[in-house]
Design a protein around this ligand. Structure first.
Ligand SMILES: *Cc1c(COP(=O)(O)O)cnc(C)c1O
Length: 399
């Protein structure tokens, strides 16, 4: 072999890290594949006889490190080991889990007031594939029991608590118990709470979903989601395999951004909660506000459920103005300090009009049945000084 390599080859050649100490902050492993030290290692890893990375769709060190961190947050003080799989979005996490657990002919029992995208995914993507959805009031256990007795093809309850955007809460103990009794899966979308406020695994829920795009990242600069579960075999084989073959995996950069956000999760959630409580109390007293939906208010129908299973009441609230659509739009037009944006869980206060934005593709009768009326306004309360938030909203409420 030649002693030196040519200029063009030098340009092409990959460089190897030159370091003797470890980086303090998790590196972004922006690599699609991993080198094997020798052929036998490659064979062993492919056979599953040896642990190791192969290809980033199957697993990536940055992605896995952050997934493990979120899993440890959901597992904290539960006594369980939790496994996490990072997906490209919250929607990808939900789709991957359902595809892994369900087959044609199986049904999902869920609520009408899910995140709009989830409702659409279930009816427009999964139903045509033969995985149908049955909707009921998941707060009403008599109705849930009746549905499960009536229809043996229901294999999963998928719930969201508090639910977008009316903040209705499910009793997680009851959901988990009814699922165990009927031998079906329980899945909770915990995006609104994060593990800082609510840990569904404490109540024996089987799987937890997060859109990490929201509070876990918290800074609005990453789109990703995560599937969490306590059953090692299922998570590491079936669910992982579905993720890897469907290509719904996350990537090193988005995972890394989520890790940046996680560092301040507890601090941020404290502030989100105290600001939201103050704003909810302000709105409740305002004469042109019809209703305020915030689980931290004694007037909220699910206050006691929330109190039992949540550390605090979260940063999300919604309210309805006396009047309706026109009043709602007028209010939105007068907002100056807060931002009109169709996301939530960022550090800054975001305001959304569900009827014309997030839930525009959900049929009006499903919307209204679940309290998503034309005049409803949703606020993702940020961590700014509460005086600026209230001042902006107070001005926008002036007639
Ligand atoms: C945003 C959201 C999702 C979807 O997450 P993406 O990351 O946007 O795909 C799912 N569930 C809830 C409760 C959400 O708020």
């Amino acid at each position: 072999m030649k002693k030196t390599i040519e200029f063009q080859s030098l340009c092409v050649r990959e460089i190897k890290e030159n370091r003797t100490t470890d980086p303090h902050v998790l590196p972004i492993y922006a690599t699609s594949s991993f080198d094997f030290k020798h052929i036998d290692q490659g064979i062993n890893i492919f056979r599953g006889d040896e642990k190791g990375h192969v290809y980033s769709r199957f697993g990536n060190p940055t992605v896995e490190a952050v997934a493990e961190k979120i899993a440890s947050l959901e597992a904290h003080n539960t006594g369980n080991r939790i496994y996490g799989l990072f997906c490209s979005s919250g929607m990808a996490a939900i789709l991957t889990l359902v595809l892994a657990l369900m087959k044609k002919g199986d049904k999902i029992l869920t609520q009408g007031n899910l995140y709009g995208g989830t409702t659409e995914l279930f009816s427009d993507v999964l139903t045509p594939l033969g995985i149908e959805v049955v909707r009921t009031d998941l707060k009403d256990m008599a109705k849930v029991e009746k549905q499960l007795d009536l229809d043996r093809s229901i294999k999963m309850i998928f719930g969201e608590s508090p639910a977008n955007p009316t903040l209705a809460c499910l009793d997680l103990v009851q959901i988990s118990a009814v699922c165990k009794k009927h031998g079906i899966w329980s899945v909770i979308d915990n995006t609104f709470c994060t593990p800082y406020l609510q840990q569904p695994f404490l109540y024996d829920i089987d799987f937890v979903i997060h859109s990490t795009t929201k509070y876990l990242n918290g800074h609005g600069n990453s789109t990703a989601g995560i599937i969490l579960g306590s059953q090692a075999e299922l998570m590491q084989k079936d669910v992982w395999k579905t993720m890897k073959l469907a290509g719904t995996n996350s990537n090193a950069f988005d995972a890394w951004l989520v890790n940046q956000g996680l560092k301040t999760l507890a601090l941020r959630m404290e502030k989100h909660c105290s600001n939201a409580q103050q704003l909810a109390e302000f709105l409740e007293k305002h004469h042109i506000v019809q209703t305020v939906n915030y689980p931290g208010l004694l007037s909220h129908p699910d206050h006691s459920t929330a109190k039992r299973q949540m550390r605090e009441y979260g940063g999300m609230l919604s309210f309805e103005l006396k009047g309706g659509l026109e009043e709602g739009l007028t209010f939105m037009r007068k907002i100056r300090f807060c931002t009109l944006a169709p996301t939530m869980g960022d550090v800054d206060t975001l305001i959304l009009h569900p009827a014309s934005m997030s839930h525009v593709n959900v049929p009006k009768e499903i919307r209204e049945k679940n309290g998503i009326t034309d005049g409803l306004i949703r606020v993702s309360v940020g961590i700014e000084d509460i005086r600026d938030i209230i001042s902006d909203i107070e001005t926008a409420l002036e007639e």
